[in-house]
Design a protein around this ligand. Structure first.
Ligand SMILES: Nc1ncnc2c1ncn2[C@@H]1O[C@H](COP(=O)(O)OP(=O)(O)O)[C@@H](O)[C@H]1O
Ligand SMILES: [Mg+2]
Length: 542
């Protein structure tokens, strides 16, 4: 009994000094065998989900025999009894027990049996069992006590290891969130930030792939960052806003966990099959009640590919940070753009005024001088030269006025959108010979100045495009107003173009989008080759 106590004590010391759980458990198995005189001993650890054996350690079975037996037991038969009932069990002959399911072939013969559950505060972590006590004897009550003590130590060791594991996991989560928090204030490039968020989230949760999709100005969604196995194929991919899972999550603004991709009718099965996706977790990026994008995770690593509640919480924590990043960068971009646009308009106004007032005035007075020169001309040649010069100056004056008008018509500032577009349309017709119908249903009151400027510039660019590209005979410009928005429609009967392929093609259409984007407006381009183009620009205002 004294040596037994010493051994127990030693095992306890080993528990606190050994670092690896397997080494500790192996020592316990061996100690149990030695203390009870058992030929064979084994220890099985049930996984945290309580489903299967996570570890299985043995003593007394040599490696060749081990290999010959094959798979570790699955917890049926007597082992199942031990797991379910969680009380010690002593048997004279294992094989005679009616609950036994027998051994696999190649398994060494085993008769006497002592099994105890590994329990701590009512939680079963596994079991420790011994067979073949020396001399063909049965295991004693004393043996049972000793093994129960060892099992209690095993329980502590397993719990410690799991606590340590989850503590390290928590620490890593905190570190990552912290890192992203720091990046939020120091990193200004959104793509880099999103890439970091995708990478850290994937590492922490252990997913096969993580992607972040944001809405585009064109109205669909684009994957802006991806990390993991199929990341290269995903990066930059476009997703429909309506009809796609991403789009729906964005709209519903709620996290969705998908345990079986194949059973979710909202997921594009074609895409899912190609990427062999099994499970999914979709988290919207929410900032100030707006959904700014969607993070999607697929296929958790490990035996169970489904995402857990903890994964959901973690992904939502990351999504909140990503949302801040997106929100921030949108605001920075809009601010910068707004400043550029405003500065540009101001500069144009200054130039236009200068051209109109000063250059125009100067040319007008030259014209007057020329007239008197013509009249007072002494020779025929001198008069002819003066006439010629006057014609030239008149043309220049017209050019200057047109330029001033193009830069920024005074009418836009002085009289508002409708008179400005009337003039624009008139000048356009005159210069191009294309008929323009202008219809307006706007009330007389002035609109906010940035709305007027934006709509004026859009109509101007659309008309320029008609002249440059459309080969149209007729164009109509319509302004209308609903309760909370103004819409300009520019429709031509020209050759049309492939509107789908025009992202970033020319600066004109892009500029229209940008201006509207600043005002939360919307641009729709409808054009089919051969049957004309319709541009619809809608600007909300309060
Ligand atoms: N009204 C139109 N009719 C036919 N094609 C058009 C029209 N408007 C635009 N496009 C096509 O779309 C392209 C992009 O237009 P835009 O962005 O204004 O650039 P840019 O005018 O500088 O080429 C044009 O090059 C042209 O091919
Ligand atoms: Mg253009």
């Amino acid at each position: 009994m004294e040596t037994q106590l010493r051994r127990l004590l030693e095992a306890g010391i080993a528990l606190t000094s050994e670092l690896s759980l397997d080494a500790v458990l192996q020592k316990l198995v061996e100690t149990a065998a030695t203390l009870t005189g058992a030929r064979y001993a084994a220890l099985g650890v049930i996984d945290p989900a309580g489903q299967m054996l996570e570890r299985f350690l043995t003593h007394g079975v040599d490696p060749e025999a081990h290999a010959a037996i094959g798979e570790p037991p699955r917890g049926r038969g007597i082992l199942g009894v031990l797991i379910r009932e969680a009380t010690p069990l002593r048997l004279h002959d294992l094989t005679e027990d009616p609950r036994s399911v027998g051994f696999p072939p190649q398994h060494p013969p085993m008769k006497s049996f002592l099994g105890v559950p590994i329990l701590l505060r009512g939680v079963a972590y596994g079991n420790l069992y011994l067979t073949e006590k020396e001399g063909g004897e049965d295991f004693t009550e004393e043996d049972e006590e000793v093994v129960t003590l060892l099992a209690a130590q095993a329980a502590v060791a397993i719990e410690n290891a799991r606590l340590y594991e989850s503590a390290t996991r928590w620490l890593r989560q905190l570190e990552s969130l912290n890192e992203i928090g720091n990046a939020l204030v120091s990193e200004i490039e959104l793509p880099k930030l999103l890439a970091l968020i995708a990478r850290r989230l994937r590492e922490l949760i252990g997913a096969r792939v993580v992607s972040i999709a944001l809405p585009t100005p064109e109205g669909d969604l684009k994957i802006e960052a991806a990390d993991g196995e199929i990341a290269p194929e995903l990066a930059g991919a476009r997703l429909a806003r309506t009809g796609s899972k991403h789009g729906r999550v964005l709209e519903r603004r709620r996290t969705e966990r998908v345990d079986s991709v194949i059973d979710d009718p909202e997921i594009d099965q074609e895409v899912a099959r190609r990427a062999s996706l099994v499970t999914g977790l979709y988290v919207p990026l929410l900032a100030r009640d707006r959904a700014l994008g969607v993070i999607a995770l697929h296929d958790k690593a490990g035996p169970d590919p489904r995402f857990t509640d903890e994964d959901v919480r973690l992904a939502e924590a990351f999504a909140a940070r990503a949302a801040v990043a997106v929100d921030l960068s949108e605001r920075v971009v809009r601010d910068a753009l707004r400043r550029v646009v405003a500065a540009q308009e101001l500069e144009r106004k200054r130039l236009a005024r200068e051209l109109h007032d000063e250059t125009g005035q100067a040319l007008t007075s030259i014209l007057l001088e020329l007239r008197s020169l013509e009249e007072a001309g002494s020779t025929e040649e001198a008069r002819a030269a003066a006439t010629q010069l006057r014609r030239l100056v008149t043309e220049t004056l017209q050019d200057v006025r047109r330029l001033a008008l193009e830069l920024r018509p005074k009418a836009l500032d002085d009289f508002g959108l409708v008179p400005a577009i009337e003039r624009l349309a008139g000048a356009f017709s005159e210069q191009t010979g294309i008929r323009v119908d202008f219809e307006t249903a706007l009330p007389d009151e002035r609109l906010p100045s940035e709305v007027e400027t934006a709509l004026y510039r859009i109509v101007q660019e659309a008309l320029t495009n008609v002249a440059k590209h459309a080969q149209a005979r007729h164009v109509s410009v319509t302004l209308s107003r609903k309760d909370t928005s103004v819409t300009a429609v520019i429709e031509d009967d020209g050759r049309g173009f492939e509107a789908a392929g025009t992202d970033g093609a020319g600066l004109g259409l892009v500029g229209m989008r940008e201006r509207l984007g600043l005002l939360d407006g919307r641009l729709a381009i409808e054009s089919t080759v051969g049957s004309g183009t319709t541009i619809v620009a809608e600007v909300p205002f309060r």
